[in-house]
Structure formats: structure tokens, C-alpha cells
Design a protein around this ligand. Structure first.
Ligand code: ADP
Ligand code: MG
Length: 237
């Protein structure tokens, strides 16, 4: 049985982008509760606000209105320094296109992230967890897409964050590689008790989630709990 304590609560979160004379309402009153250790998939079509949602949760962007309560503390109105600290300490980020630094090796990419926090995990330890220790001295250009994404997962993990956010992490990978990446993330979620929020437009991925949040036009359409989430091995697309 998982600890039912909440790690993240969103209360009426809005994000409005002002584009000249036009207001784009990317998030329109999001309410959401996420429990410690949950694997959450946010599902919705392109443009529905998935990236915006992750960015306001992760402290990359401020919401226009509403509260984001992380471990009991409102992080929606922090100043620049407070946001930077929240982002460094609490959040690991995984992106669709990996965003590794091309002039650094796999190990150096992970080391750089480790230097940002007070109590990082071992660099080689996390490279081992993602199965990439033997390629640690390779540069991103010498690694496949799946391997680069493993480095990115190690980079998120090395900070030892309570929460990892993943924005379309399999979006640029083929099916088989995508499944392997999902497996790595699910294993970390289960073993390390790290809360995951993964956003995607691929409805198949929702089957591995403990909680599925359906997002439509910047609103939560519904939230569904999976009593028995599938293992990534059982997915087909
Ligand atoms: P998704 O990730 O689901 O594709 P996004 O969160 O990227 O959706 O975008 C949601 C809406 O907000 C879209 O209409 C998009 O054009 C708009 N949007 C996103 N980022 C910005 C921005 N920086 N400035 C203006 N509009 C934006
Ligand atoms: Mg997006």
C-alpha cells in the first residue's frame, strides 16, 4: 500500500499568455491532487496545455493565478531565487529531445546536474540504474536516442528529487525503445518511491499510470485511477 500523503496540490491554476492583443488561456482553472509515489500520466492532444502544466509545476514558469502546493508549501509565488531553489531541489526534468549538452560526455552531463544540489546521488550509481555505465564516457552524438534519454533520466535522478516531470519522453523514440524508457521510469518510480508526472498525447501510455489526468483545452476533463496499471512490457502501439 502506498503512502497516501499528498506531494502536490494544484488549486484553480490558470496560465494566460498575452500575445499582443490576444490572450491565450493555456490553463483554465486546474485542480489536481497528486499522492506521494504516484505514477501520473497527463493525457491530451497537442496544444491542450501539457507542457505549460509541467512548467508551472516545475517552477520553470509562474501561473497567472492559483496555488501550487508542493509538500505543503505554496510555490506559486516564489521570487526568482526561490523558484530556482525549488526547481533544483525538488524537480527532475526529462524532455522529448533529451536536452543533453553535446560537448559533455554522458557522465559529465550527469555530474553537472549533481553539482546543483547539496545531496546528490552517486553519478555512477544512477548511470548504472539506467543501464548506461558502460557508455558513460561517450558523447551524446555517439549514443542512440534511447541511450541519450537514459542519460537524461540519470541526470534527473542524480539530484535525488522527490518528483520527476517528463514531457513526451518517448515522443521521439521508436516503439521498442519507448517501451524500454518507460520501463526504466516505472522501475525508478516503484523502487525509489519518486513521484512521476509524465505528459503525452499517446493514450496507450496511460495504461501504465496509477492515475490518468485527461486534459482538454487547458482544463481537467476527468481523472481516472488505475487499480492495476500495466507493465510497459504489456503495451502495444
Ligand atoms: P501541449 O504541450 O499540450 O502541446 P502547450 O502547453 O505547449 O500544449 O500549449 C498550450 C497553449 O498555450 C497552446 O495554444 C500554445 O500555443 C500556447 N502557448 C504555449 N506556450 C506559449 C508561450 N510561451 N507564449 C504564448 N503561447 C503559448
Ligand atoms: Mg508540449
Amino acid at each position: 500500500m502506498k503512502d497516501r500523503e499528498e506531494i502536490l496540490v494544484l488549486e484553480d491554476v490558470w496560465k494566460v499568455y498575452r500575445m499582443g492583443a490576444v490572450d491565450v488561456m493555456a490553463l483554465r482553472g486546474i485542480n489536481l491532487r497528486i499522492t506521494k509515489g504516484e505514477f501520473v500520466v497527463v493525457l491530451g492532444p497537442s496544444g491542450c496545455g501539457k507542457t505549460t502544466l509541467l512548467n508551472v509545476i516545475g517552477g520553470i514558469d509562474n501561473p497567472t493565478k492559483g496555488k501550487i502546493i508542493f509538500n505543503g508549501r505554496d510555490v506559486s509565488r516564489l521570487d526568482e531565487t526561490g523558484m530556482t531553489y525549488h526547481r533544483r531541489k525538488n524537480i527532475g526534468y526529462i524532455f522529448q529531445f533529451f536536452n543533453l549538452i553535446p560537448t559533455l560526455t554522458a557522465r559529465e552531463n550527469v555530474m553537472l546536474a549533481a553539482e546543483l544540489v547539496d545531496n546528490p546521488r552517486g553519478v555512477d550509481e544512477v548511470l548504472d540504474i539506467v543501464g548506461l555505465l558502460d557508455r558513460a564516457s561517450h558523447f551524446p552524438s555517439e549514443l542512440s536516442g534511447g541511450e541519450q534519454q537514459r542519460v537524461a533520466i540519470a541526470r534527473a535522478l542524480v539530484k535525488n528529487p522527490p518528483m520527476i516531470l517528463a514531457d513526451e519522453p518517448t515522443g521521439s523514440l521508436d516503439f521498442k525503445t519507448g517501451i524500454k524508457i518507460l520501463k526504466v521510469m516505472k522501475e525508478i518510480n516503484l523502487k525509489e518511491k519518486i513521484t512521476f508526472i509524465l505528459v503525452t498525447h499517446n493514450s496507450i501510455i496511460a495504461e501504465i499510470a496509477d492515475k490518468v489526468v485527461y486534459l482538454k483545452d487547458g482544463e481537467v476533463e476527468r481523472v481516472v485511477l488505475n487499480e492495476e496499471p500495466l507493465s510497459p512490457d504489456e503495451l502495444e502501439w
